[in-house]
Design a protein around this ligand. Structure first.
Ligand SMILES: C[S@@+](CC[C@H](N)C(=O)[O-])C[C@H]1O[C@@H](n2cnc3c(N)ncnc32)[C@H](O)[C@@H]1O
Length: 223
């Protein structure tokens, strides 16, 4: 991406970013934090039967919002999380330092900045509960090196970046998930649902966050 993303306030006052050249947002305009809590935390993290330790992979690390909220949950639940997030276009400090997530979530801003400042492509023991690896790579060519309990699939939309949602890519995720592993995303597209089923997932549509009727929840059978 060549142009600088534009900071926008969403419906719950939390920020998102807009990419003019793609005409695409990083989050729902109805509320970025609301969306993250509903989709990735309530319907992802909280559906993992309190598994401890829990291994999470995020497609599209972006603003680090999902990582920050997951870190806070891990602390609150005293649960050990191993978090990996892949990102091809890391944000510049001039962008991530503007994001208002710590203020809205009542968390020390230095924690959020520290997550962003961690070096890429190595594992960091961020706290007793939270170990994080930020992977600077192209998901389209990424080969998983371990298995995960949960995938936060937060790529740009299938209309804007269809290659991220292709069957071959979803298949690599299926293979990287442990039996009983969860794939959660914000999309409710029929074509995605059909591809996930074809790949081997058990799929259901569940209620979405504000502004979105449904989202897709998929689970790898076998447990
Ligand atoms: C919808 S945004 C969501 C980001 C993030 N989860 C957040 O809450 O800010 C999608 C993210 O995927 C990243 N991305 C786009 N193409 C990618 C690729 N081929 N490999 C890895 N990341 C990619 C974008 O740069 C962007 O950060």
């Amino acid at each position: 991406m060549t142009t600088k993303p534009i900071l926008i306030e969403t419906g719950d006052h939390s920020h998102t970013l807009f990419i003019p050249e793609m005409d695409e947002y990083y989050h729902s305009r109805f509320g970025a934090i609301k969306e993250s809590l509903h989709i990735f935390i309530r319907n992802g993290y909280e559906k993992t039967n309190k598994k401890d330790p829990l291994h999470i992979f995020e497609v599209g690390f972006g603003t680090g919002l999902n990582a920050l909220i997951t870190f806070m949950k891990a602390l609150q639940d005293n649960r050990k999380i191993f978090y990996s997030g892949i990102e091809l276009y890391p944000l510049e400090p001039s962008v991530y330092t503007q994001l208002n997530y710590p203020k809205i979530l009542h968390v020390d801003p230095s924690i959020f900045l520290k997550i962003h400042e961690l070096s890429w492509d190595r594992e960091h023991r961020f706290s007793n509960n939270f170990t994080i690896s930020k992977i600077h790579a192209d998901f389209l060519h990424y080969r998983f090196t371990r298995k995960y309990d949960l995938v936060y699939f937060d790529a740009f939309g299938p209309d804007k970046q269809p290659e991220m949602w292709e069957e071959s890519r979803l298949k690599t995720i299926f293979e990287a998930l442990l039996p009983g592993g969860i794939f959660i995303t914000y999309s409710a597209k029929g074509s995605l649902r059909r591809t996930l089923i074809k790949t081997g997932f058990r799929v259901k549509r569940i209620p979405g966050p504000p502004g979105k009727r449904e989202i897709i929840f998929a689970i790898k059978p076998g447990k």
